[in-house]
Design a protein around this ligand. Sequence first.
Ligand code: ADP
Ligand code: MG
Length: 340
Amino acid sequence: MKTNLYKIVVILMLIVFLSINILGCSNEEYYKKTAFFMDTKIDIAVYGTNKKQADAVIKAIFAEMQQLENTFSRHISGSDVNRINEAAGRAPVKVKPETILVTRKALEIAALSGGAFDPTVGPLLELWGWGTEKLRVPSAEEINNVLPLVDYKAVEIDEENSTIFLTKPGMKMDLGGIAKGFIVDRGQEIAKRFPVKALFINAGGDISITGNKPSGEKWRVAIQAPRDPQKWAAILEVEEGSVATSGDYERFFEEGGEVYHHILDPKKGVPGGDVSSVTIVAPDTVISDALSTAVFVLGKEKGMQLLESLNGIEGVIIDKQGEIYVSSGLGDKIEIPEDE
Ligand code: ADP
Ligand code: MG
């Protein structure tokens, strides 16, 4: 009897905790929910509204995100990208307007980065086994065989007919380096239909922020220390906009004592970059996401050169030794904790 009562109390407490789902942080109140898809954890926090509205906005955003994942994933059969890949070298494929938009952005970043970012890395990712359980190091011959298929210039977009064509047989598009950013931006657009004061989205390191916290507190985004998940390498003070990070610690495997991460150099076919993480601050997440991958592959020198050449875009590069490089426009918006 006593244990039953105890159980009921615990269950009731849990129900109250789960259904209220409101978190207080200093004098700030917000509603937060987490979901898992796009192979990652997604947090959304809504400020300056009531629970009912917060639930409604979060539900609408997650629904849209799920639908876009089903459109962009190369692993989901019948998705736009899957159909584009199936028809490579044969025929243009009719796709949704969103697929045209994200592919166009991907090709822009590919051109801007001289091909360090390349949305046609699909054949290489498959060779390495990314997206499957069977990760492995391919032979140089295998890599050389597929390198000619990695070529963003061989992607044709026909805006009028809303089609995309991979002109070489065997080509495969993979939007893993940009789709999350696009989807996060879309989440913010959905939120505009609701009366919320501020909204924070974090999709596995792709962060987007709109509005000001009702308390007037500044938004602060921490960059993880690549070799110590318990530590922050730097803290950024941000206004509205986005902050996205690509790191070699996010997805990797070990073989023969070597560590191999998931960001590939499209020209060499092997994990790229001489850095551990790249964080980009930009107005849109579609840009910060793709550029973080691009700058990662370019490495600290060329990557920083690219960042310095772009207006309204800043970044933080952490190299393999843990050295931190900050683009000149960040000024006092970055705080680097002292090493103890
Ligand atoms: P994450 O998705 O882990 O946050 P990124 O945004 O850096 O990390 O994207 C990495 C993903 O982008 C890979 O999982 C793969 O799908 C794809 N990719 C890997 N290398 C490249 C590249 N050079 N150009 C474009 N996309 C890439
Ligand atoms: Mg990225």
